[in-house]
Write a protein that binds this ligand. Structure first.
Ligand SMILES: [Cu+2]
Length: 156
C-alpha cells in the first residue's frame, strides 16, 4: 500500500509541472529517426501540445526530415530537397494545433521502411490554479489585507 501511495505521489509530482511546461520529444526516443521503427506506436500514448518540441536525431546524411501534408504522407511524396531538415539534430516547435505529418525523404525510407510520423497537436493548456485556494486562505488569515488583495487580483 505504501509503495502504491509513493508511486501515485511520484506520478502527480512528475505530471503536474509538465501540464504547464513545454515538452521536448525525442522522436523514436533512443532509436531516434530511423528506418523500420513504428512511429505510430511511439506517438500513440503521447499528448502533443502547442509549444512542445519534436527533436529528430539521426546521422546527418543518412536521413532527413520533411514536413508534409496528409496526402504526401500517405503516398510518401517528397517535397523539393531544399525544404528538408538535414542537420541530424533537427528541432521542430509545434506552433499550431492540428494534424502534422513528417517523412524521411532519403531513398525509399518512407515508402518501404515506414520512416514517417503523424501526430495531432492539441491547443496549449493554461496553468492550473486549484492549489491556490489554500494559500489564498492562508494569506487572508495571516497576512496584511494588502497582500491578500494582491493575491486575489493575481489569481481570481
Ligand atoms: Cu531515412
Amino acid at each position: 500500500m505504501a509503495s502504491n501511495l509513493l508511486a501515485t505521489l511520484s506520478i502527480v509530482l512528475i505530471v503536474l509541472p509538465t501540464v504547464a511546461m513545454a515538452t521536448e520529444y525525442i522522436v523514436g526516443d533512443q532509436a531516434g529517426w530511423t528506418v523500420n521503427f513504428d512511429y505510430q506506436a511511439w506517438a500513440k500514448d503521447k499528448v502533443f501540445r502547442v509549444g512542445d518540441k519534436l527533436v529528430f536525431k539521426y546521422a546527418a546524411g543518412a536521413h532527413n526530415v520533411f514536413k508534409v501534408n496528409g496526402t504526401a504522407f500517405q503516398n510518401c511524396e517528397k517535397p523539393p530537397l531544399n525544404e528538408a531538415l538535414t542537420s541530424g539534430d533537427d528541432t521542430i516547435v509545434l506552433a499550431t494545433p492540428g494534424r502534422k505529418w513528417y517523412i524521411c525523404g532519403v531513398a525509399m525510407h518512407c515508402k518501404l521502411a515506414g520512416q514517417k510520423l503523424a501526430i495531432t497537436v492539441l491547443p496549449q493548456v493554461e496553468a492550473p490554479a486549484p492549489s491556490i485556494a489554500p494559500s489564498t486562505h492562508y494569506a487572508m488569515t495571516t497576512s496584511s489585507s494588502k497582500k491578500a488583495k494582491f493575491r486575489s487580483t493575481l489569481w481570481w
